[in-house]
Write a protein that binds this ligand. Structure first.
Ligand code: HEM
Length: 265
């Protein structure tokens, strides 16, 4: 019974998302937005209100179709990634990661999302902004360490995404560049055993949010990620951390059709 229901939902969602295969607007240059400096990264986490569970399935599917429409409408300017945090996090049910050259494009998307039929069911759990920048310390690292940092990531899917906001102490920012660089070298050396299984991305948030950094990771091996954090907590640089997490968000990266299917159930 439940598998035939699931099949029905899958078919309904697939029928609804069929148009995604032939998008009306050209998608933003995702590779560029995800790799270049000077791009704004926003993480927006939401919970679904109590009324969502009370809606019948047809209404939920109709509302999720609206979500698809809003994402589709903005994909020309923004690279949008979705994560299911429901079941893994008590902070949120879904999370959006957006990359845009202009933060106001992300704002337009979030306003359209929140005022949509689907968005009426969303309660904001948290929104964080950061900016991608050229590496500050890596250019001064020894050649071997620079080469180690280029080690290719293990192939295969990395379904888990983890977001950890970080704030450092005023003492850190008061140190001169050489002292900070020496500690970041130590930080980087501690991460090398995990470089193949943990992918990372760094966003600078000072002035854009009550944070200094948003750190974002993808992995299929959560145990490695756990060991990585324990290793980093031992390096001197960690002593300058004033906020670590609060919240830590953990979810699974999903395509829009898969998110729609999960939320339609
Ligand atoms: C495979 C794992 C990791 C690698 C290879 C790595 C490597 C690096 C490198 C090379 C930098 C310096 C970037 C620059 O030159 O500006 C850096 C910065 C940073 N990393 Fe990591 N890291 C990893 C994991 C982590 C983890 C797990 C955290 C904490 C949750 C973290 C937090 C940070 C922060 C906050 C910065 C910015 C520090 C600053 O500019 O003051 N990193 N990381």
């Amino acid at each position: 019974m439940s598998s035939s229901l699931s099949l029905f939902v899958r078919c309904a969602v697939l029928a609804v998302v069929g148009l995604i295969m032939a998008p009306a607007v050209e998608a933003a240059d995702r590779d560029k937005l995800l790799s270049e400096p000077g791009v704004y990264g926003t993480f927006a986490a939401f919970t679904l209100d109590e009324d969502w569970a009370k809606e019948d399935q047809a209404t939920r599917i109709a509302h999720l179709t609206v979500l698809r429409g809003v994402v589709e409408q903005h994909r020309e300017k923004i690279a949008i990634d979705l994560y299911l945090t429901r079941g893994l996090s008590d902070h949120a049910d879904i999370m959006f990661r957006m990359h845009a050259v202009e933060l106001r494009e992300t704002q337009k998307f979030l306003l359209d999302l929140q005022s949509s039929l689907f968005g009426k069911h969303l309660k904001t759990a948290g929104i964080m902004h950061g900016l991608t920048k050229k590496a500050n310390y890596v250019p001064g690292f020894p050649d071997q360490l620079k080469a180690d940092l280029k080690t290719a990531s293990e192939s295969g899917p990395k379904p888990y995404a983890i977001v950890i906001p970080i704030r450092k102490s005023p003492d850190w920012w008061a140190l001169d560049q050489d002292k900070r660089a020496a500690m970041m070298k130590e930080h980087t050396e501690a991460t090398l055993p995990y470089i193949k299984t943990v992918k990372r991305k760094l966003y600078h948030s000072s002035g854009l949010d009550d944070l200094d950094f948003i750190t974002y990771f993808e992995t299929s091996k959560l145990e490695d990620f756990h060991s990585l954090i324990l290793s980093l907590e031992k390096v001197k640089e960690f002593q300058y951390t004033r906020r670590f997490g609060h919240p830590t968000l953990i979810g699974t990266a999903m395509s829009l059709p898969d998110i729609m299917e999960a939320l339609a159930q």
